[in-house]
Design a protein around this ligand. Structure first.
Ligand code: CO
Ligand code: CO
Ligand code: CO
Length: 327
């Protein structure tokens, strides 16, 4: 669902439980919840599932699992166990489902977690994902708010997966031609999470469906902080700009743009394609990290070199939560 529709529904429901054990619950903008077991251990809970974003069943499984575990990493946690969530048409070749689940299982194992079970539903369109439990030190939880004026804004994977997936669906691009993005989406945010923790990050969130601007907005409190984004510094997957120029913009990008509304100030030098890119809904995107400048060296050393990361902006003092988008 888009951010606007989701907000309409959640507004009509109670704000959720509050007990001392709930360290992060429904009342924050984080996608994962944190429940304290004792002073040294808290559990991180999250779930995510979606329809195939690529044709290759094995890669789809990997991407869906990496995406679901991403919310654990965004909180500074480590996945420990997972359950499969499966919707699949009984009329389809069951070998496809085997490949999807194998992809998911391989990712769960890569993360050092175990698969405990799952649930399947007969459905017209396949959907796959995970419910994941992770472990986190209650003293070292990363949340999406907490950035301070002067912090740098880092992004740990390139942008453009929504645009590429739209081009793939329209047969304007083959899966081989978006190989880098497929591998990127299947990549875990494990090392990025460790780097953020080790370098002393003030805040962290993962970049998914609300797009770059939507997720940055989630990092800004009601008052006191603004963010500046330098679009020339954005890491972008190959072929994205070309496909965007051909009009391969997912509907979600427009919804995201409407939702942001007046909370973004766009420089006149930023072109339409770039505006689409910064609103493009991402699948299994990188982490957005708010880092004090003195942590930058440690961050780059801790992040393994498979990550294509960039410093894309910075946070500053401001009465209103505004994102300034610069060339
Ligand atoms: Co999600
Ligand atoms: Co998330
Ligand atoms: Co069941």
């Amino acid at each position: 669902m888009g951010p606007e529709d989701l907000e309409k529904v959640l507004r009509l429901l109670p704000r959720g439980e509050s007990t001392g054990e709930i360290l992060v619950g429904l009342d924050t903008r984080d996608d994962a919840a944190v429940f304290m077991l004792d002073e040294e251990t808290a559990l991180v809970h999250t779930l995510d599932f979606f329809t195939p974003i690529v044709d290759d069943a094995y890669f789809f499984g990997q991407i869906a699992a990496a995406n679901a575990m991403s919310d654990i990493y965004a909180m500074g946690g480590t996945p420990i166990s997972a359950m499969n969530i499966v919707c699949f048409p009984c009329s389809l070749d069951m070998n496809l489902l085997v490949r999807i689940l194998q992809g998911g299982l391989d990712k769960i194992h890569e993360a050092g977690a175990v698969l405990l079970g799952g649930h399947t539903v007969d459905d017209e369109e396949p959907k796959y994902g995970l419910a994941v439990t992770g472990r986190v030190d209650p003293e070292r939880i990363l949340t999406c708010t907490g950035a301070e004026p002067g912090d740098l804004l880092l992004l740990t994977k390139p942008l453009g997966t929504g645009i590429l997936a739209t081009a793939l669906k329209g047969d304007f691009l083959s899966e081989a031609e978006m190989e880098e993005a497929v591998k990127g989406m299947a990549g875990l945010n494990a090392s990025a999470s460790q780097a953020a923790l080790g370098a002393g990050a003030h805040a962290c969130t993962d970049l998914t469906g609300f797009g770059l601007l939507g997720h940055i907005l989630n990092m800004l409190p009601e008052r006191g902080l603004a963010c500046e984004v330098h679009t020339s510094r954005l890491p972008i997957y190959p072929r994205v700009i070309e496909m965007a120029e051909m009009g391969m913009i997912p509907a979600g990008a427009h919804k995201n743009r409407d939702f942001i509304g007046e909370r973004v100030v766009l420089s006149e030098q930023v072109d339409e394609i770039t505006i689409d890119l910064i609103n493009d809904p991402q699948t299994s995107g990188g982490l957005l990290v708010a880092l004090p400048p003195e942590g930058l060296k440690a961050f780059s050393e801790l992040l393994d070199n498979a990550n294509e990361w960039a410093q894309i902006g910075s946070f500053g003092e401001n009465a209103e939560p505004i994102i300034r988008v610069l060339p």
